[in-house]
Ligand binder design. Structure first.
Ligand code: GLA
Length: 374
């Protein structure tokens, strides 16, 4: 049991599910994530020393970080996130004060539901509060992204950290990743429910493959920039990509085609959700998965097996992988009265095909960053 009375602050940030707009955030595209009610909560108190003492509710490790040497902890398995956040917070001009942190992360690790963003955002807000600062969610999201890129070594976009910090209960965020303009869109799914299913396949190669995809899209941009007045790949329109495809190696063209088409799917999906056309919304989810499987090649056997089983179920309007891919979760749009049957049949078939037991979560769209003084 956590004795919260021993701490001064309780800070929580959310995991996220991305409804659509996958692998486009780092290309300046729009995404449509929601914060989940699955949270990472950090309990914090100042300790008057030069150390950040870390403990976890579900890990035996206890680690102390010297705040005069925060650059030196990149090799740590779990604590690299807290160290990276402290280092980036300090080097961006904020004060890091000695504190004790207890980390209680309920976002499953390696699930593609952004446990690392939830850890980073809640930890940064805890550092701010301990030093007497009022945390600004957008600034925290940006510094959390830099901690992931510069300390943990994943060249990620802004989507996860932004959703984790700025989410609102019941709302999706239509986030323009070029300008950070964000429009909140109520998630009204009518007679359908959103179901998340975890492949439970341990992530492998996700970081190197992720960075590779990012380089491929940067290469596509550098070629297309010579022909088109664009700042990012999301600015390219489908007919322009077709016109200049001859200048791109085939693999690079396929990556760019995914990005350009997915940006259009985000616009359509937002419009049809606002109109309440959930059948079409589901079809767009399925089209997104196909593109991620065939053009972007970030799904793999397990995610494809879960998606195919979902598509074959009578009550499913559509399904896709969510997050970086290579494992992690699918998001499924399913008639509410058939959700139990859906979960049972999809998980059974997935187990037969892959040998893994899947885990289902019902989506509850929660708030992003929240904190209170205890
Ligand atoms: C990971 C990254 C995000 C985003 C997704 C794919 O979750 O952290 O920035 O690129 O993959 O859409």
């Amino acid at each position: 049991m956590i004795n919260t009375k021993e701490y001064r602050f309780e800070v929580s940030a959310a995991g996220r599910v991305n409804l659509i707009g996958e692998h486009v955030d780092y290309c300046g595209g729009q995404v449509l994530p929601c914060a989940l009610s699955l949270k990472c909560t950090v309990y914090a108190r100042p300790n008057g020393t030069d150390y950040i003492n870390l403990a976890w509710t579900d890990l035996p490790d206890q680690i102390s970080l010297d705040i005069r040497n925060l650059n030196g902890y990149r090799a740590l398995k779990h604590a690299k996130y807290q160290a990276g956040c402290a280092y980036l917070w300090q080097t961006s001009g904020h004060e890091v004060k000695g504190c004790d942190l207890l980390i209680d992360c309920k976002v499953p690790f390696g699930s593609g539901l952004s446990s690392s963003a939830a850890i980073e955002v809640s930890t940064l807000a805890a550092y701010a509060l301990v030093a007497g600062e009022r945390p600004d969610p957008v600034e925290i999201a940006k510094i959390a992204q830099r901690a992931e890129q510069e300390y943990a070594g994943v060249n990620c976009g802004i989507m996860d950290q932004y959703a984790s910090a700025c989410g609102k209960a019941g709302q999706a965020m239509l986030l323009n990743c070029k300008t950070l303009a964000c429009q909140y869109i109520p998630v009204q799914t009518g007679e359908y429910s959103l179901v998340i299913i975890n492949t439970n396949k341990p992530h492998s190669l996700v970081e190197s493959k992720y960075n590779e995809r990012r380089q491929e899209t940067e290469f596509a941009l550098s070629v297309l920039k010579r022909k088109l007045p664009i700042d990012c790949l999301a600015d390219v329109r489908p007919f322009e990509l077709l016109e200049y495809r001859g200048g791109l190696p085939l693999t690079i063209y396929r990556r760019a085609k995914h990005v350009v088409d997915e940006c259009y799917r985000v616009q359509s999906a937002t419009a049809v959700m606002q109109k309440g056309d959930m059948k079409r919304f589901g079809e767009l989810l399925t089209e997104s998965h196909r593109s991620l499987a065939e053009l972007y090649e970030v799904t793999g056997k397990e995610l494809d097996s879960l998606a195919h089983a979902a598509w074959d179920h009578y009550a499913c309007a559509g399904a896709r992988m969510t997050g970086a891919g290579f494992g992690g979760c699918t998001v499924n749009l399913v008639k509410t009265d058939a959700v139990e049957d859906f979960k049972q049949k999809v998980c059974r078939r997935y187990k037969q095909e892959t040998g893994y037991d899947a885990t289902c979560y019902d989506v509850e769209i929660g708030d992003g960053l929240k904190y209170l003084e205890l």
